[in-house]
Each structure stands twice: as structure tokens, then as C-alpha cells.
Design a protein around this ligand. Structure first.
Ligand code: B12
Ligand code: SF4
Length: 492
């Protein structure tokens, strides 16, 4: 049953990636088109496989399990490791309940972004481990197996003699070069690589830095020390992926484009070694200029994905984004001049935004050669600075760990913001020049077939998934239109 048994294989480790949607096995199971496998789990799988454990990864978003299969996996495990995302928390609690009622011997260990952000033990789990677990996980499993003391493991929370103990500190690897790369072999038969409904085969994610030196007010990722892998360590992994058949590489650091010298060195390696790989980069625009774009073009970068968040300077300042609108405009123009695709994430619904701000967003995108946008409604998520402020002001209750902007938190109801979101997206794509440019760029980078696929998807209106899908899963948000103002609705 376990794919990577070796002679040392002893204890069986089941790694679970829970989905956001309510039915995660059985007939009502709903597929999510995921771009990447769960990277955090793949990172911690490497040391466990190395130590001789039999490791199985189940991504409940992409693996369609019958009820029987789901419980079989649980029954046949000595350890169940769960990666915890906030949106999935209700499902995580259900999974823990299922494990406890099926396999009393299995030890449940939780970790991941939700745990790191909330610093809270997951109810009924045996252990919650805070921090980046790469260098400590094998040790934790060994100590548990041998019934040894766990007091030396920083950031581990567990029950001892009927009392909950939380060891002080958390472990994050200082030198990322000491961390083994993620073990993609464990998910090689699963279907990943979906972007806007289209599957790009042989697409791999790459993380070259961890942590972030910025402090955007809406972001939950605060005070995590910024660290870089060395150029050599990164290029070794790039080579490894290319050798194993990768066609696309998505660099999904929060801050890849931060250290100019390092970024140039990585691209120089790709160019010098004529690596046949198409690169997509996610990040900020801080160091972007003509020289860097030229280098990117030579290294076969085909798309840049930015969280620009807004194109109103007062909103950017409100979010503490530390960037300016003119810089954003210039960056998009330069990137476009090299034929590279751009996607930007926009957030609407801050307390200072009114219709004039939304009109500015629409006007801005009429004048810049941007190819795609994602428009998201501002999410107040614990423990972002915005959530903490709104909570202190009594606008969000302690148990509402994520709430979308609504009439209490902004000048608009959630429904009005949804309508504004649609309006911005429609206006963005209702632009023949943009569509022609998009068709040209897409067919150059991905071949003409992609255009047909995109047209089908776009006309069936599934090009973006409205955020209320998550609310259905979490049940936390009440949509209200009590404060709708018909006059203002003219905007829609
Ligand atoms: C790359 C990335 C993505 C990728 C890939 C995600 C994936 N499947 O792994 C894509 C673009 C697909 C993505 C999508 C989303 N993402 Co994302 N993403 C990131 C990003 C930038 C890096 C994640 C990463 O790989 N880090 C490197 C690995 C090594 O770190 P890690 O995942 O945290 O794992 C370490 C520890 O957490 C821990 N750990 C993890 N799991 C477990 C389990 C156990 C048992 C233990 C002990 C330890 C442990 O050890 C790991 C190794 O050190 C982070 C921000 C960040 N810098 O972390 C956001 C982040 C993880 N994403 C986030 C969100 C919200 C999303 C989306 C829901 C966005 C959306 N609205 O659609 C989706 C859904 C993801 C999904 N269902 O797969 C949030 C999560 C917040 C939260 N509390 O849940 C983050 C933190 C960004 C943020 N600040 O808001 N994301
Ligand atoms: S939004 Fe990005 S740049 Fe801003 S704090 Fe979060 S991770 Fe850092």
C-alpha cells in the first residue's frame, strides 16, 4: 500500500492535506483543481523517508477516496500528520475525530500555517508542532515511538500526565541550504498543474527563500525571519527538476525579487546552461527594471504574478505595502515590452475605499498592458494587524478567525463588494486590445490550443472562483445586503 517502502521501513506515516470543501471523501467529494502538491508536507516527508519511515501523502483535494478507502488509510497508520490551513480547520477537526474513533493507536501530529499563525494547539490532536518542521520531524517521531521525553523539542505542544505542555521557542532552519528538497516522488501520480482550469503538465514549484521582511497589514505572515538559499543550492534543485522532466517551474517565494545580485546569478545559471524550462515567478516588484526584465526574458521567464493589491496610493499606504502606483505602472509596461505575461492580485474592501477608488482601479487597468487580474475581497484573518485592530474595536469576535470585509468593516456590504469585484473583472476583460495581446502572448508561450481551452473556460464563467465558496465550507460569514444603497448601485 505504501509506495516507498524500503528495507528500513517500519512505522507507517500518513500525511494528510485537508481541503476547504465539506465533503472530503465518498460520493459527494468535490475535486479542487490544484496547481501544486502540498509543499510543506513534501518538505517534511524527505527526512522521514530518509529515516526509513513508510510515507504516504493523501491530498484530499485531488485524491478521490471512497469512505472505505479513507478509513483504511487511517486504520493502517502509526502516525497521521496533518497540514493545517485556516480555511480547512473545520475539516481538520472532523478528520481528527475520524482518526480517534477508528485507530486509537495512531498518533496525530498537526502543523502548518494555521498552527504557526495562531500558536494554538489543535483540539484533540496528540501533538501540535509550531515552526518549520523539516529538521526536527524525524526526531519527534522517533522520540514518540520510543516513548522518550519530548521536552527538548522547541515549539512542541502535547499532553503529559494529563496536563498540556508547550515547549518554549520554535524551530526554523537558519541555513536553508541544510534543508533537503521536497520529495515530489510521493505525489508523482497525482494531477497537479492546474492554472485557470488548464493543466500544465510537468510543472514544479520552487521555494528559494523563506520568511518576509515586510509587514503588510492584511497579511498573516508576520515576523517570520527572511532567509535565502544560496545560489548554488537553488540551481542544484533547478537542475534536478529539469533532469527529471520539468517543463515549467513556478518560483513561489513571497520575495524572490528582493536580492538583485542573487536573482541575476540564478538567471545567469539558467541561461549559461541553456536549461529548457519555462519559468513563472510570483512576488513583489521591488527590484524590477529594464535590465532585470531583459535577463528574465533570456532565462525564459514567461509570466510574473504580483500581489500589487491596489492601485490607489492611499490604499497601498493604508496596507503598509511600501510601494507606489507609478512603480507598479512602470513595471507592468516594461514586463509587457518583453512579451512576458503579467497577473496581478488586487484587494478591494478596505475601510478607506469608496466608489472613486474602484473607478480608479478600472481606469488604471484601461491604461496599462496587464494581462490578467485576480480581484479579491479583503479578508481579515487572525493574526494579521488588520484583524487585531478590528477585533480590538469590537468589529470582529475572538472566534471569527477569518472574516471578509462587510458593512461593519468597510463602506460596503459583502454582496456589494462581490458586485464591484465582478464589475472590475468584466471591465478588465472587456477590452479588445487586451484580448488580442493576451491571445498573442499565450499562444507564443503555451501554443495555440490553450486559447481554445481558455475561451471555453472563460465563456463558462469559471475563470475565477468567488470567495463565498470558502464561506460555505466554513460557515463563518453571513452575507447581508441590508445597507445596500440603490443610488450607489449605479456603479455596478
Ligand atoms: C506557495 C504557496 C502557495 C502555493 C502552493 C500551496 C501548497 N499547496 O503548498 C499556491 C499558489 C497553490 C497557494 C495557494 C493557496 N494558498 Co498559499 N502560500 C504559499 C506560500 C507563499 C509558500 C508556502 C510554502 O510552500 N512554504 C514553504 C514550506 C516549506 O512552508 P510551509 O508550507 O509553511 O510548511 C512548513 C511548516 O508550516 C511546517 N508544516 C507544514 N505542514 C505541516 C504538517 C505537520 C504535521 C507538521 C509537524 C509541520 C508542518 O513544516 C513545513 C516545512 O518547514 C505561503 C506563504 C509562506 N511564505 O509560507 C502561502 C500560504 C501558505 N498560502 C495561504 C493561502 C491562504 C492559500 C490559499 C488558500 C489562497 C486562496 N485564497 O486560494 C490557496 C490554497 C492552497 C491549497 N489548497 O493548496 C496562506 C495560508 C494561511 C493559513 N493560515 O491558512 C499562506 C500562509 C499565505 C498567507 N500569508 O496568507 N499557496
Ligand atoms: S503580503 Fe507578501 S510582502 Fe506583504 S507581509 Fe505578506 S508575505 Fe510579506
Amino acid at each position: 500500500m505504501y509506495e516507498n517502502n524500503n528495507i528500513l521501513a517500519g512505522k507507517r506515516v500518513l500525511m494528510l492535506f485537508p481541503p476547504f470543501f465539506p465533503h472530503f471523501y465518498g460520493e459527494k467529494w468535490r475535486k479542487s483543481e490544484s496547481i501544486f502538491p502540498p509543499l510543506g508536507l513534501l518538505y517534511i516527508a524527505t527526512p522521514l523517508v530518509k529515516a526509513g519511515y513508510s510515507v504516504k501523502i493523501i491530498d484530499l483535494q485531488v485524491d478521490c477516496l471512497s469512505k472505505q478507502q479513507y478509513f483504511e488509510h487511517i486504520k493502517n497508520s502509526d502516525f497521521v500528520l496533518i497540514s493545517c490551513f485556516t480555511f480547512a480547520i473545520d475539516n481538520i477537526l472532523k478528520i481528527i475525530h475520524d482518526i480517534k474513533s477508528t485507530n486509537t493507536k495512531a498518533k496525530i501530529i498537526c502543523g502548518g500555517p494555521y498552527c504557526n499563525e495562531t500558536k494554538k494547539h489543535i483540539e484533540n490532536a496528540d501533538y501540535t508542532l509550531f515552526g518549520e518542521a523539516d529538521q526536527v520531524i524525524a526526531n519527534v517521531l522517533q522520540l514518540i515511538s520510543e516513548n522518550e521525553s519530548l521536552t527538548g523539542i522547541p515549539g512542541l505542544c502535547y499532553e503529559e500526565n494529563g496536563r498540556r505542555t508547550q515547549n518554549s521557542g520554535i524551530l526554523i532552519p537558519e541555513n536553508l541550504d541544510d534543508v533537503d528538497p521536497p520529495l515530489f516522488d510521493l505525489v508523482e501520480n497525482k494531477n497537479y498543474g492546474y492554472v485557470y482550469g488548464i493543466r500544465l503538465k510537468n510543472l514544479y514549484p520552487l521555494i528559494t527563500t523563506r520568511g518576509c521582511p515586510f509587514s503588510c497589514k492584511f497579511c498573516t505572515f508576520q515576523n517570520v525571519k527572511y532567509r535565502e538559499r544560496s545560489v548554488e543550492n537553488v540551481t542544484d534543485e533547478i537542475k534536478l527538476r529539469v533532469d527529471s522532466g520539468a517543463k515549467y517551474l513556478v518560483i513561489c517565494d513571497d520575495n524572490f525579487l528582493l536580492n538583485r545580485h542573487r536573482v541575476f546569478s540564478i538567471f545567469d545559471y539558467i541561461i549559461k546552461n541553456k536549461l529548457k524550462i519555462k519559468i513563472i515567478i510570483q512576488g513583489r516588484i521591488d527590484i524590477l527594471d529594464y535590465e532585470l526584465c531583459k535577463k528574465m526574458k533570456q532565462a525564459n521567464v514567461i509570466m510574473l504574478i504580483f500581489g500589487i493589491e491596489n492601485v490607489n496610493q492611499d490604499v497601498l499606504n493604508y496596507y503598509n505595502k511600501k510601494t507606489d502606483v507609478e512603480k507598479i505602472r512602470k513595471a507592468i509596461e516594461i514586463i509587457n515590452s518583453f512579451g512576458i505575461l503579467t497577473t496581478s492580485g488586487i484587494i478591494i474592501g478596505s475601510p478607506i475605499e469608496d466608489y472613486a477608488h474602484f473607478k480608479n482601479i478600472i481606469e488604471f487597468f484601461k491604461t496599462v498592458p496587464q494581462d490578467f487580474i485576480n480581484v479579491n475581497i479583503l479578508r481579515y484573518q487572525y493574526p494579521s494587524p488588520l484583524w487585531i485592530k478590528a477585533n480590538a474595536e469590537g468589529l470582529i469576535n475572538d472566534d471569527e478567525k477569518f472574516v471578509y470585509a462587510n458593512e461593519k468593516l468597510s463602506k460596503f456590504s459583502f454582496e456589494e463588494l462581490l458586485a464591484i469585484q465582478r464589475k472590475i473583472i468584466r471591465s478588465f476583460f472587456n477590452n479588445p486590445k487586451r484580448i488580442i495581446r493576451l491571445i498573442y502572448k499565450l499562444s507564443r508561450h503555451f501554443g495555440p490550443v490553450i486559447i481554445v481551452k481558455l475561451i471555453i473556460i472563460y465563456t463558462s464563467k469559471s475563470i475565477y472562483r468567488p470567495p463565498q465558496d470558502f464561506h460555505k465550507a466554513s460557515g463563518k460569514h453571513q452575507v447581508s445586503n441590508e445597507n445596500s444603497n440603490p443610488e450607489q448601485n449605479q456603479f455596478y
